[in-house]
Design a protein. Structure first.
Length: 221
């Protein structure tokens, strides 16, 4: 009797484009080169990503863009009976564009990531004592380098989940500040500049929706 060959189930392919969302937490370090202050703090992030991949055998390469709102900040607060000092650096948001590449093991994808990042930071310094106050404010949008690693797994042909670690180094940035000093005689406002180095580390989890599914054609005999 003739024997009919039955094709095996098609192998999952990472080729295609996707969109998704992510949440996570991170650690931020701000180094003020003029004073030697080095403050650190933690916070949460949440945002979205989109990208496209191409798979050739086990090798996968793609381009991904991300944007997230950030609650990361670091703070240096001190107080005594005569004086109060409060210095804060807040990371408001970040956007990245990076190349992802790695190896696929059918539905599992292990990858590295390299790209550029842009972040918004706000700075404040408030002090009070001896009959006067000082308020310093600054803001900067800073570009830096993103390095990351991650693991993504396809739950279905369209839905995937991922875990990712990012290290972002924004380097040294000259930030312009406005300084307002007030006492019983009134207020005086001046401006100055300081160099600040920003670094951060993030751990994120997310889900992606992959558009379409075009499995490889397997001949039947």
């Amino acid at each position: 009797m003739p024997v009919k060959y039955v094709a095996p189930p098609p192998v999952f392919s990472w080729t295609g484009c996707y969109i998704g969302v992510h949440v996570g937490a991170g650690w931020e370090v701000s180094s003020w080169t003029s004073s030697g202050d080095r403050n650190s703090g933690v916070g949460a992030v949440g945002g979205a990503q989109a990208g496209c991949n191409v798979q050739w055998r086990q090798f996968v390469i793609g381009l991904e863009g991300e944007f997230w709102a950030s609650g990361l900040y670091d703070r240096d607060f001190s107080q005594n009976q005569f004086f109060t000092r409060d210095q804060i650096a807040r990371n408001r948001w970040d956007g990245t564009l990076a190349v992802r590449s790695g190896l696929a093991f059918e539905r599992a994808f292990v990858y590295g990531k390299l790209g550029v990042a842009v972040g918004k930071f706000d700075y404040s310094f408030d002090s009070a004592g001896f009959g006067g106050t000082e308020d310093i404010r600054g803001s900067a949008t800073i570009a830096g380098v993103l390095i990351g690693v991650g693991f993504e797994y396809a739950l279905t042909d369209n839905w995937t989940t991922k875990f990712e670690y990012n290290y972002i180094d924004y380097g040294n940035k000259i930030v312009n500040f406005t300084d307002t000093n007030c006492d019983i005689g009134g207020c005086v406002t001046t401006t100055f500049s300081r160099t600040i180095k920003e670094r951060k580390q993030l751990a994120k989890i997310g889900v992606n929706y992959k558009f379409g599914y075009d499995p490889p054609v397997i001949a039947k005999y």
